[in-house]
Design a protein around this ligand. Structure first.
Ligand code: SF4
Ligand code: SF4
Length: 140
């Protein structure tokens, strides 16, 4: 019995002894994240004008279960609306994605940026400008 268990254990050890290690050497190496992963939020802008797509409908603010979105509205001369400020407290966020799903303008998205740790809770409160920058790639 003991010999049998030992033999089984050694078989597994020897089997994996000559295969490549699966350990990811983070941060030098990074795993590919799933396409539909939900991490850092970003506000999207129009390609031509760079203006935010958000029309300040307030749906994301309403649907957010942890109430971590705060929008300060601004009405333009032509009666369209855009947020003068859009704050998102990531420290309270559940990463449920409801804000993205409910948005009629595709104005908010969740990026593949997952390195969100910090020491200061106040740094989790993202402003409109930071949220716009979150959506930009490193190349600009
Ligand atoms: S992902 Fe969910 S919890 Fe986070 S801001 Fe959006 S709706 Fe709120
Ligand atoms: S749901 Fe979309 S368009 Fe409406 S306020 Fe939120 S981000 Fe803006």
């Amino acid at each position: 019995m003991l010999f049998n268990d030992l033999r089984k254990g050694l078989t597994v050890t020897i089997k994996y002894l000559f295969t490549h290690a699966v350990t990811c050497q983070y941060p030098d190496e990074r795993l590919d994240v799933p396409e539909r992963g939900r991490w850092l939020h970003a506000l999207t802008t129009f390609d031509e004008t760079d203006a935010v797509r958000c029309i300040d409908c307030g749906l994301c603010e309403q649907v957010c279960p942890s109430k971590c979105i705060k929008i300060t509205p601004k009405e333009n001369e032509d009666h369209t609306k855009n947020p003068v400020e859009y704050e998102l407290d990531l420290g309270r966020c559940l990463f449920c994605g409801l804000c993205v799903e409910v948005c009629p303008e595709l104005a908010i998205e969740m990026t593949d940026k997952y390195e969100l740790a910090d020491y200061d809770r106040e740094k989790f409160v993202y402003t409109k400008e930071q949220l716009i920058n979150n959506g930009k790639t490193e190349e600009g």
